[in-house]
Design a protein around this ligand. Structure first.
Ligand SMILES: Cc1cc2nc3c(=O)[nH]c(=O)nc-3n(C[C@H](O)[C@H](O)[C@H](O)COP(=O)(O)O)c2cc1C
Length: 437
């Protein structure tokens, strides 16, 4: 059976994917920027618009790295504003389960679902680190080992709150009754939460807003297999995508779930031009913009866990061994086991005669789909039909116009192939994703 491709638009915000120094780059904060990308995604009949989250400015050696674009408004506030100017596009907010309480999570997400007519999604992230925790009342907050224990409990309790009105909902204007006695009552006792009370909102259009998971560990994959509707993965290449897809889908039966109930959508980038040659040149140019000399050093410091400021980015790779668990870089997901990656970088640098910067460019900034519109459409479709993904979260390098050319040139070809809708057939995000209500 021909699978339909699910598409989402990622508003970049941080990371060196974004080329904020490009003359076409606009604000990461102005509403006009969010609206432009959302309008483009809706024109392309995408499933949803996606906002990531960072709860503390990242630091390198105690300083903010000025090429790591900062400034990220609160996701649910931005998405609420977008709900008013879009009609069908799903609205996905990344909100951390470690630093929030279930009651406020349930309320904020149900509110977005109400305001948008059933288009809300929650990307449950589990960053736990003490560096981020310093911004919060309880400091360090959580052991790493407990990040998914808390996430699992938070998700279970949030769903309990969403269900808490159930059949008690009435609206009897003549009788002067809005809700019967008992509506919204909840109580829950667990390792992380011991709460009881009443939830303040009747069921939202989707009942349960869509749940997305982004995290790569074994525990993260199990958490997704047990309770998520979508995984936002980092495995965008064909081979890594197929391996990840197989692994995660094989975990579903033990939770009594079918393969179709969990959609896998890796983050990918697209470089499209009139023909394959031009696209390859453009891709090379973008990679060089994304990894300036200082950015190459910062990314190498994340891998090596060492201060490498004395190194020339256009010279050879550092000779030292990497340090595990270093605090040189704070606020980014680091490497659990850097040694084999450093060995691979060294082998590739030697084989190709690459400098440190060239190695970072070639090893890290892989662009997923490069080519003419027809080359890109064919490759994306192959990924989906051959189970390397169910769809993609597109991460543009320019904000906010970075998906304009994709929607104008590739989307029509996907529609011609019959693998992407030409218009929305339903109103809720669950419907777009083909998930049970
Ligand atoms: C593709 C992807 C996107 C992520 N986006 C965010 C994010 O926006 N905010 C955040 O705090 N963590 C984000 N994370 C981090 C995860 O939530 C998680 O904390 C981290 O990966 C550690 O969990 P793990 O050990 O299961 O990988 C992301 C992870 C992945 C793989």
């Amino acid at each position: 059976m021909t699978k339909q491709i699910h598409l989402a638009a990622h508003f970049p915000g941080v990371n060196n994917t974004t080329v904020w120094s490009d003359p076409e780059s606009r604000s990461q904060i102005d509403f006009a920027s969010f609206r432009h990308l959302a309008d483009t995604a809706e024109r392309g009949t995408f499933d949803f618009f996606f906002l990531a989250e960072g709860l503390r400015l990242r630091e390198v050696k105690g300083r903010i790295h000025d090429l790591d674009v900062v400034g990220r408004p609160e996701s649910l506030t931005v998405l609420s504003a977008l709900a008013a100017v879009t009609t069908h596009l799903g609205l996905a907010a990344t909100v951390n389960s470690t630093f929030n309480e279930p009651y406020e999570l349930a309320k904020r997400l149900a509110t977005l679902d109400h305001l948008s007519g059933g288009r809300a999604a929650w990307n449950v992230v589990t960053s736990w680190d003490a560096f981020t925790g310093e911004n919060f009342r309880r400091g360090g907050y959580l052991d790493k080992a407990d990040r998914y224990v808390r996430a699992q409990e938070a998700l279970r309790v949030v769903r309990k709150l969403w269900d808490s009105w159930s059949s008690e909902l009435v609206l009897d204007q003549d009788g002067g009754v809005f809700a019967r006695e008992g509506a919204g009552a909840f109580a829950d006792e667990g390792a992380h939460f011991n709460i009881r009370g009443r939830f303040g909102l009747p069921p939202s259009p989707q009942g349960h807003p869509v749940v997305i998971q982004a995290g790569d560990s074994d525990q993260g994959r199990d958490f997704a297999a047990e309770g998520a509707d979508v995984i936002f993965s980092r495995h965008g290449s064909f081979e890594a995508g197929q391996a990840f897809y197989k692994d995660v889908k094989a975990r579903l039966p033990q939770y009594g779930r079918s393969e179709d109930s969990l959609k896998i959508m890796p983050a990918v980038t697209v470089v499209v031009a009139d023909n394959d040659r031009e696209a390859a040149d453009k891709a090379q140019y973008i990679r060089e913009q994304q990894v300036s000399g200082p950015t190459a050093i910062v990314l190498a410091e994340l891998l090596w866990g060492r201060d490498l400021s004395s190194y020339d980015p256009d010279g050879p790779l550092p000779a030292e061994d990497p340090v595990v668990g270093s605090a040189v870089t704070q606020g980014r997901v680091g490497y659990n086991d850097p040694a084999p990656i450093v060995a691979e970088w060294r082998a590739q640098a030697e084989a190709h005669g690459w400098s440190l910067r060239q190695t970072v460019i070639n090893q890290q900034n892989r662009q997923t789909f490069i080519g003419s519109p027809s080359t890109v459409a064919a490759a994306m479709n192959r990924h989906v039909q051959e189970d390397a993904a169910d769809g993609f979260v597109l991460v543009p390098h320019l904000t906010p116009g970075g998906l304009d050319d994709f929607v104008d040139s590739v989307v029509p070809l996907l529609r011609d192939r019959g693998v992407l809708r030409s218009e929305y057939t339903g109103t809720t995000l669950r419907h777009h994703l083909g998930l049970d209500a």
